[in-house]
Design a protein around this ligand. Sequence first.
Ligand code: SF4
Ligand code: SF4
Length: 317
Amino acid sequence: MVALPRTDSLTVTNIYTAYEAEASHGFRPHLGASLIGKECERSLWFDFRWTTRCRFTGRMLRLFETGQLEEIRLIRNLRRMGVTVLDIDPQTGRQWRVTACNGHFGGSLDAAAMGVPEAPKSWHVCEFKTHNTASFAALRKDGVYKAKPQHVAQMQIYMHLTGMSRALYLAVNKDTDELYSERLHADGDEADKLLAKAERIIGSTQPLTRISDDPTWYQCRMCSHHPVCHEGVQAERNCRTCLYTTPIENGHWQCSANSVVLAVATQLTGCVKHLFIPDLISGEQIDADPDAGWVEYRLSDGSLWRDGSDKTIENSR
Ligand code: SF4
Ligand code: SF4
């Protein structure tokens, strides 16, 4: 008898679909401290300017949830051995949150802890991470500074902005449940460099320099912005990619075309006056009429394209 091919389970498919239906819009309102250690500043600018929507499969979304569930368990583990762990900021009654750069940069701590056996009298920023076996092995072999510099940058920012001088990095191997911990000391100079980097990204009106002009460079191959950065794919159309928008105080964004401060919901959709930031167009700007609301480009394939208020793409000459 010929075996029938196995089909995907409808139950599993529906579980994943439910995760996807509940997923957020895929853009982060602020530049995240968890990302600031990324080497490519252009990639961070693309994140901040919402050029590429993050879409994850239901399986990946569930995996992220596994990481969050692990945090609860690690807090329980620490408390069971007598460590004081505050997963809520007592001053606000909400999750620990830090912000800088006029409210455009920040992040959320997993917890703060006192009574860590290696230094029981110091408050520690807690950062909990899950790893697969290969990543965990690298962490054990090389330590967090070498294996996960992005996590170190995140903790340096958290220490700097909370005033805590120590951080506890607690990692778990998802495959074996083995644990690894490492304590970090605050490094003010490093934190200042990271804050200056965040300022550079937030303050730039155009994409920053590529880490590599070679589309096959290993970091570029893994980058979600590769299509926009190296392949000439059009960026997402929203207020963050519009030339009329500027980040202003308190984490707000100003639209100069409509003279309004933009709510996040508005930023997601933009309006009919949207015009792309010229550096996001893969071509050369050759003409513009700001009063009529259009900009014309010669694209890299030689064709002409007018970015205008009617949203039509036309060969205008
Ligand atoms: S594709 Fe490469 S150069 Fe472009 S943003 Fe990503 S990492 Fe940076
Ligand atoms: S012109 Fe429209 S798309 Fe552009 S920033 Fe203003 S509201 Fe957003």
